[in-house]
Design a protein around this ligand. Structure first.
Ligand SMILES: [Zn+2]
Length: 79
């Protein structure tokens, strides 16, 4: 008979209570908080804004490039 080996659930050696780290400085913060201080929150907001701007610029470049390519293809098709 093939007996199923009893797999003992490995106990993860995590004694630390539920927590997370500040997304900016990495300090431990309560699980319902994202940042350790308003300063970090402000920094995060600023970073997100610059990221958004960066993304918008990237999208604009991609769109411009795509339009440029389409025009190139159209011009090539004509001749
Ligand atoms: Zn922080």
């Amino acid at each position: 008979m093939n007996q199923k080996p009893k797999k003992r659930k490995e106990v993860e050696a995590v004694d630390v209570p539920d927590h997370r780290h500040c997304e900016i400085c990495g300090r431990v913060v309560p699980p319902n908080e994202r940042y350790c201080s308003p300063k970090c929150e402000e920094k995060a907001a600023k970073e997100r804004k610059s990221m958004e701007r960066f993304r918008k610029i990237w999208i604009a470049i991609l769109v411009a490039f795509t339009i440029f390519m389409v025009i190139q293809i159209l011009l090539r098709l004509r001749t």
